[in-house]
Design a protein. Structure first.
Lengths: 120, 675
């Protein structure tokens, strides 16, 4: 089974960056979402093997989206993408069920490593 | 600057860094755990690396980089260097020196050697770091953290057949949000068993007060150590995990169940060591940015002012409201006290550096000095403490250089050859008093008055009138001291007037007492805090002014018949003390309202040893005010110390009594001329 990923971020630049890194790591970016609401819809539709989730987004934030997705599918693998200084939000996201987190701006190899740990 | 100049500068600075580095490594050999030393070495190598990188000196950069890594590991206390490793490091430093001598070319033969050396250091390093990430600090901390409660938990767990494990986790060097990683680790561990303690304690983990590694004491409820290890390694940024049965815990004795002879109980009960107690005290502390403290004090200040205003508005409106305002008042007063206490630090911080300084100074000047410090735990506002150091250095220097005589002259004068310098601090009311005293030759009034006369600071007639006490005050006059050493107490070019000004800038006062041939004593009085002061509000020339209450001796109403004129100056005779009087508005440069009054409101103000009466139009009342800066434009305005905002939003100026006194003197001089 090919590894698929749903990239959720409200900035196009960030989505592109993550997309590139993911593709280099053998993932197929199956869909891209701009907010939490889209994330839920796209997750249900595509059932990706991984989601990268921004925290601060319009309409619905990442933490709420994580909860919703996990309520729908408790096996979902979600990595939080956070900005510097969002420590308490990251903890909230982890408590909501995110598997791991990466901090922006990130080094491509950090993501690769996170992926390895998640899959390993 | 051209390339050659850059290179020259580089060499000069690099030389300095190499010296530091060598010295630090020598120290390292003797004291591997001296963190300051390590930090210094690290900084030296780090700077060197940066400089070499900028210059494009590849080999130097490489070696420096390798050394930097090595030192960083030491700094993180991941391991203790063995003699073997240190030898390698010294060799690397030697190569660094060689490369520096000829930085632009790297000799191929040398290069190979260097590479071998670097590889060896690296492999050593990794083998060492891989082995045992624990270190002495952590070991000690562990000892101190595991107290009776933890022991009890472990005993009970063992009774239930669970085993205690000590888990050591090392995070990647470049981990971002270390605290979150630690949180993730603890979350996993809590699912597997019971977390008994962490080293460092959890608050420190949360505040990221750890380097890369931490330890967890865990009672494993199920599963085996390998599973724990694997689960932890799945967490991002976790580089290394060691799970080992906690052997030491096995030694914990079973608490005697039945009554046992006294002695047995004593044996099992360990008295917590001093280190442990200190560590626990540290746990109760929180480090806060000073800026946040300042903000807090500022906000509390605003509340104090608003509280006053609410009190004014609401007075007599209803009993209920009055009671509520009273409660609010008490709460805010307590809040203010607490906020102020947060800013207080013991004066020890400043005093601690003086013993060494006095020792060095006395050695330089070949004098024998006994230096006594007392009251170093006296607390004072942090901002005041920071600015006290320079004036105190100056006073102590003077005491040693010019106060204390040489042993020979002391013996000749029938004194103990060993002179005493005393530095003490204590609270007195709302002030802190600091005394710098020496039992040296004192200030010679003749020399001082002569000097002041020469400098045109006093007239011949004034000199005639001067008593010893007044004469010594002359040393504070600006223009009194010069670089030339004339008097016993001046010298060094920095005058006592500078000391006086810096103390006054802190709303403090300084005075000197001296007995020729016996002693000199400087008495500094400082407010506890600079932020909020109690003030007397007065009206003058249609404006409200604030006068710091600690400078107000009393308020009086004087009838015009009580006010006398001497030499064209207004004075009043109060309890046999002649006090000069000035109109506040005049001192501030306003025209005095003409017309005689029957009665005058007078504020008797005291600054240092001077007492003056300020005639105002009206005494308004007492209030707590928060000192605000009036900005650079008005800085140095004579007679104005700052501004404050009152509860109703109006701005009021705070009178600088000491500055006004100077104005008063100018005013006298002018008056005299016009007379």
């Amino acid at each position: 089974m090919s590894k698929t990923v749903l990239v959720v971020d409200d900035t196009a630049f960030m989505r592109m960056t993550i997309k590139n890194i993911m593709e280099k790591n053998g993932y197929e970016v199956i869909a891209e979402g701009e907010d939490g609401l889209q994330a839920i819809e796209l997750y249900k539709k595509h059932r990706p093997s991984l989601v990268t989730m921004d925290i601060t987004m319009p309409n619905m934030d990442g933490i709420t989206a994580i909860k919703e997705i996990l309520a729908h599918d408790s096996t979902a693998s979600i990595i939080v993408v956070s900005a510097m200084g969002q420590k308490s939000l990251v903890i909230d996201a982890l408590n909501a069920g995110a598997k791991d987190f990466v901090v922006k701006p990130f080094q491509p190899d950090r993501i690769a490593e996170a992926l390895q740990k998640i899959n390993g | 600057m051209d390339a050659a100049e850059y290179a020259e500068l580089f060499q000069a600075e690099a030389g300095e860094y190499m010296q530091v580095l060598n010295q630090c490594l020598l120290n390292l050999e003797k004291q591997p755990c001296d963190r300051e030393n390590l930090l210094e070495a690290f900084r030296a190598v780090h700077s060197l690396k940066g400089m070499a990188g900028t210059m494009g000196y590849q080999q130097v950069t490489d070696i420096a980089h390798c050394l930097e890594n090595f030192l960083e590991d030491l700094k993180a206390a991941l391991f203790e260097p063995s003699a073997e490793v240190l030898d390698l490091v010294f060799q690397a430093v030697d190569y660094l020196q060689l490369s520096l001598a000829n930085p632009e070319k790297s000799l191929p033969r040398d290069r190979k050697k260097v590479e071998q050396l670097l590889t060896r250091i690296r492999s050593f390093q990794s083998s060492l770091t891989a082995g045992q990430p624990k270190n002495r600090d952590q070991e000690e901390q562990l000892q101190s953290i595991v107290g009776e409660t933890e022991r009890e938990i472990i005993r009970q767990a063992r009774d239930k057949g669970h085993s205690p494990y000590l888990i050591e986790v090392v995070l990647r060097r470049d981990t971002v949000m270390k605290s979150v990683r630690a949180y993730m680790v603890l979350r996993v561990l809590e699912e597997l068993g019971e977390v008994v303690f962490t080293v460092p304690p959890q608050p420190d983990l949360e505040e990221e007060r750890f380097e890369y590694g931490f330890q967890v004491g865990l009672i494993l409820h199920g599963g085996n150590p390998e599973q724990v290890e694997n689960m932890l390694l799945k967490i991002g940024d976790v580089e290394q995990v060691t799970v080992s049965p906690w052997e030491e815990a096995a030694n914990f004795q079973q608490e005697p169940v039945s009554p046992q002879p006294e002695t047995d109980t004593v044996e099992t009960e360990e008295v917590p060591s001093k280190v442990a107690q200190a560590m626990r005290a540290v746990d109760k502390m929180v480090r806060v940015e000073t800026q946040k403290l300042d903000e807090l004090v500022n906000l509390v200040g605003e509340m104090v002012v608003t509280r006053t205003r609410i009190g004014e508005i609401g007075r007599g409106y209803s009993e209920d409201l009055d009671n509520t305002i009273d409660q609010l008042k008490r709460a805010i007063t307590n809040l203010q006290d607490t906020a102020m206490k947060l800013r207080m630090v013991p004066i020890k911080q400043v005093f601690d550096r003086f013993p060494r300084m006095v020792r060095d100074l006395s050695r330089d000047s070949q004098k024998q000095i006994r230096f006594l410090i007392s009251g170093e735990n006296t607390e004072l506002d942090r901002s005041i403490i920071n600015q006290l150091s320079d004036p105190l250095v100056h006073l102590l220097r003077n005491a040693v250089d010019h106060g204390i005589e040489s042993p020979d002259s002391r013996v000749a004068a029938g004194k103990d050859p060993v002179g005493s310098v005393i530095l003490k601090a204590f609270h007195e009311g709302n002030q802190v008093v600091i005394i710098v005293e020496d039992d040296g030759a004192g200030i010679d009034p003749r020399k001082v008055t002569q000097r002041a006369l020469e400098r045109g600071l006093i007239s011949e007639a004034e000199r005639g009138r001067m008593i010893e006490e007044d004469a010594s005050q002359l040393i504070f006059k600006s223009g009194f001291s010069t670089a030339e050493q004339i008097t016993e107490i001046s010298g060094r070019g920095v005058g006592m007037d500078v000391v006086k000004k810096s103390i006054e800038a802190l709303h403090g006062t300084i005075e000197v007492q001296s007995k020729t041939g016996a002693m000199t004593r400087f008495i500094l009085r400082l407010p506890l805090t600079l932020a909020i002061i109690k003030s007397l509000m007065v009206r003058s020339a249609g404006q409200i002014y604030a006068i710091p209450i600690e400078l107000v001796r009393e308020n009086v109403y004087l009838e015009s018949s009580e006010i006398k004129t001497i030499n064209g100056h207004l004075v009043v005779n109060m309890r046999n003390e002649v006090i000069p009087l000035y109109f506040l508005d005049e001192l501030l440069g306003f025209d005095r309202e003409k017309g005689k009054r029957d009665e005058y409101s007078v504020v008797i103000a005291e600054a240092g040893s001077k007492t003056t009466g300020l005639i105002v139009d009206e005494l308004v009342g007492q209030q707590e005010i928060m000192i605000k800066s009036i900005g650079q434009y008005f800085q140095g305005l004579k007679g104005i110390a700052g501004a404050t905002i009152l509860g109703d939003g109006s701005v009021t100026l705070i009178i600088d009594v000491v500055g006004l006194f100077d104005n008063g003197r100018v005013y006298i001089e002018q008056n005299r001329i016009s007379c």
